[in-house]
Design a protein around this ligand. Structure first.
Ligand code: ATP
Ligand code: MG
Length: 287
C-alpha cells in the first residue's frame, strides 16, 4: 500500500498539538508477511541508494531519533538499517552528558559525530535532549556549567531552538540532509511495553526503574516536544511525528521517509572516462 509519509511531516512554524497527532493509524500492510515483504523491499532499495551515496561522495544524511522510553527507537534503527553496509553508516547514542561534554556548549558532543560525505549518521537521542529532558528538569540546566547570567528560563529555550535551526541550516547548505523522527507513542502503549519488560524474563534487561519515574513527567515532555517540533522543523530539515504504537507500521513509515530523501538527492556513480577504460584494459592484459 502507498505510504503517505508526508502526512506526518511537521510544517515550519506549525503549532503542534500532539493530542491531535495519531499514535496509531491504519496499517500500511495487510498482514505480517506483507509487512516483511514491504520492509525487505525498502531495505533493499536503501542499501542500493546508500552505495550510490557512498560512491557519489558529496552528500551525507543525518537521521535523528527522539522519543519517550520504549517507543521503539532501537528496534526501528536496527530493522530499517539492517541491509546497509556497516562501513557506510554509523549509529551514535547520546545519554546523560559526561563531565567533559558539560564543559562545552550543548552542540559540541554531537557535532564531533556528524557524518562525513557519503555516509549516513544516525543519532539515537541528540542535541534535542537539551531542549527536552533539560527543559522538563530545569535543575539539569543549572548543572550545565553555563554562566549564571545566561541562564534565563524565559529566553533560553528559544535561543536554543535558534542555535539548532541555524546549525541544521548550515549543515543543509554544506550537503548534509538532516531528518528528524519523533516516535509518537501513547502513554497506554508505553505502560503495556513496560509491563512486558517486567513480565517477560528475556525482556527484563530492558527495564529500568528510572523510566517509570520519567513517565510521571509525561505531560511536561509532551509540552516540551510540542514547543520544539514546530520551531525546529524546516523545509530542508523536517521533523516527522511517526505514530509509534504499531512498531511495524512505524518502521515502514520511517524507511519510506528515508528512501524519499535519498531518492531526491542528485547523485551519480563516478563516470569512467575513455582514457580510464583504456588504462584498465592495458592493466587487464598484463594480469
Ligand atoms: P534504552 O532505554 O532503550 O536503553 P535510552 O536512549 O533511553 O535507551 P537510557 O540510558 O535509558 O537510554 O537513557 C538515556 C537518558 O539520558 C535519557 O533519559 C535521556 O533523556 C538522557 N539524556 C540524554 N541527553 C541528555 C542531556 N543532554 N542532558 C541530560 N540528560 C540527557
Ligand atoms: Mg531508556
Amino acid at each position: 500500500m502507498k505510504i503517505n509519509s508526508s502526512d506526518f511531516r511537521v510544517k515550519p512554524d506549525e503549532k503542534v498539538d500532539l493530542k491531535k497527532r495519531a499514535t496509531e493509524v491504519k496499517p500500511f500492510y495487510h498482514s505480517k508477511s506483507d509487512y516483511k515483504k514491504m520492509l525487505a523491499a525498502h531495505v533493499k532499495e536503501l542499501s542500493e541508494l546508500q552505495s550510490l551515496l557512498y560512491a557519489d561522495g558529496s552528500h551525507s544524511l543525518l537521521l535523528i531519533f527522539q522519543a519517550m522510553d520504549a517507543a521503539g527507537k532501537d528496534g526501528a534503527i536496527k530493522h530499517v538499517m539492517s541491509g546497509v553496509n556497516p562501513q557506510g553508516c554509523r549509529v551514535r547514542g547520546f545519554k546523560q552528558p559526561s563531565a567533559e561534554e558539560l564543559k562545552h556548549d550543548f552542540l559540541w558532543r554531537t557535532n564531533r559525530c556528524l557524518p562525513e560525505r557519503g555516509q549516513i549518521g544516525i543519532f539515537n537521542r541528540s542535541y534535542y535532549e537539551d531542549v527536552l529532558v533539560v527543559r522538563v528538569h530545569p535543575e539539569l540546566l543549572k548543572s550545565q556549567g553555563l554562566p549564571a547570567d545566561l541562564i534565563n528560563e524565559k529566553t533560553i529555550w528559544k535561543e536554543r531552538y535558534r542555535s539548532i535551526a541555524d546549525m541544521e541550516a548550515h549543515l543543509s547548505r554544506n550537503g548534509t540532509r538532516v531528518i528528524k523522527f519523533f516516535l509518537h507513542l501513547s502513554k497506554e502503549e508505553q505502560k503495556k511495553r513496560f509491563l512486558a519488560r517486567i513480565d517477560e524474563p528475556d525482556k527484563n534487561w530492558k527495564f529500568s526503574k528510572g523510566d517509570v519515574a520519567e513517565r510521571k513527567f509525561w505531560p511536561k515532555y509532551m509540552k516540551a516536544y510540542e514547543a520544539c517540533l514546530g520551531e525546529t522543523s524546516s523545509k530542508e530539515s523536517p521533523w516527522y511525528v511517526v505514530p509509534a504504537d504499531d512498531k511495524k507500521n512505524a518502521r515502514l513509515i520511517i524507511s519510506d521517509v528515508i528512501l524519499k530523501a535519498l531518492r531526491s538527492l542528485k547523485m551519480e556513480y563516478p563516470e569512467t572516462t575513455d582514457e580510464r577504460r583504456e588504462e584498465l584494459m592495458r592493466i587487464r592484459s598484463e594480469l
